[in-house]
Design a protein around this ligand. Sequence first.
Ligand code: B4P
Length: 190
Amino acid sequence: MRLVLLGAPGSGKGTQAARLKDHYAIPHISTGDLLRAAVKAETALGLKAKAVMERGELVSDDIVLGMLEERLSESDTASGFILDGYPRNLAQAGALGEVLARIGQPLDVAVQLDVPTDLLVERIAGRAAQEGRKDDTPEAVRTRLGVYNEQTAPVVDFYREQGKVTCVDGVGEMDEVFDRIVTAVAEATD
Ligand code: B4P
């Protein structure tokens, strides 16, 4: 199973990917997690990405693609993967298509998690209070939502044109959303 999770910040991509990876027994690849690990380890890449992430903007396409290609080349992706947080713009969607064609692993399905904006803001505020993530400040969240609407939303249409999108209601208990995703994926890949 090769699956992409799409959705605004706070829509539950990371939350659901963590469950889906156990369900399908495939790795969860989050570009946000990879970037946060690089920031924490203070690698050259992490030092470049830190300020950009804290503002809520997108890290450059080159950096993220390099990181992703490295991760996809690891042997555990042979049986599939869940991509969370990539692609985030049309250039990344094109690059992903090329990489996957090259390694002979085309995407099966893109799952779009739908959550209204006021609930996104509420969820992220909850995480800010618990975890204190630097990009969960109200100002960075506004930027992230703007970036999503301008740059990431068109990616949904990109996959829709390829007949690969399935939309799932992301409002409700986490288990309920999980069940909806598994059902939608089964229908879309039948
Ligand atoms: P990400 O790490 O991808 O962060 P995110 O979009 O906010 O989603 P996340 O997965 O963390 O949150 P979730 O919805 O699960 O990106 C962070 C930054 O990294 C970006 O702004 C950018 O700078 C950089 N970046 C990452 N990928 C990039 C790329 N490809 N190109 C360039 N830059 C990139 O959950 C949010 C909260 O909601 C949690 O607290 C969770 O517990 C809660 N929640 C989830 N589901 C819920 C439910 N059903 N009910 C109630 N609460 C729920």
